[in-house]
Design a protein around this ligand. Structure first.
Ligand code: ZN
Ligand code: ZN
Length: 153
């Protein structure tokens, strides 16, 4: 399995349209067309390919939480091809556990605090329940992966 450093030099050659910058976490910045990566010993290169997948798929800002979940699913689909190409080990477990994180997050945000029905998202920060008419606001996403889409242009 290639190290992150050797992978970065290959990716820079193969994808000159993107910048690759060292950072404390992996993230894709659509406004900067930059893939941020961490190269600590325990960093898994699969997450570098995951951010690259977001870039290649042209993922940017989103209005509804469900779009983010869809983007994540598409990105992981693309990672499967990239992993084969760059000989990076990928397990179905890592994909499923990452997608589960987003599904759980979406579920907890969209569940009505009063009646537990699934609400609909009316704008970026609020949901509404069709069953009991309750409206509720949601916080900025807490999981780090979500912040990547909030970088201002
Ligand atoms: Zn992602
Ligand atoms: Zn309700």
């Amino acid at each position: 399995m290639p190290s992150i450093a050797s992978l970065i030099s290959k990716l820079q050659t193969d994808y000159p349209q993107f910048l690759f910058k060292k950072n404390s976490q992996f993230l894709w910045s659509p406004s900067e067309q930059t893939i941020y990566y961490t190269d600590t010993n325990n960093a898994d290169p699969i997450f570098l390919l995951h951010e690259l997948a977001h870039g290649l798929l042209g993922h940017s800002d989103y209005d509804h939480d469900i779009e983010l979940v869809a983007m994540e699913r598409k990105a992981w689909g693309k990672v499967v091809d990239l992993a084969r190409e760059y000989e990076v080990t990928i397990s179905d477990e890592i994909i499923q556990s990452n997608l589960d994180t987003y599904r759980d997050w979406l579920h907890s945000r969209s569940t009505c605090p009063d009646c537990q029905a699934t609400g609909i998202q009316i704008n970026k920060k609020s949901y509404s329940c069709l069953a009991c008419n309750r409206n509720w606001r949601v916080n900025d996403a807490r999981i780090c992966a979500l912040r990547r889409y909030r970088i201002k242009k």
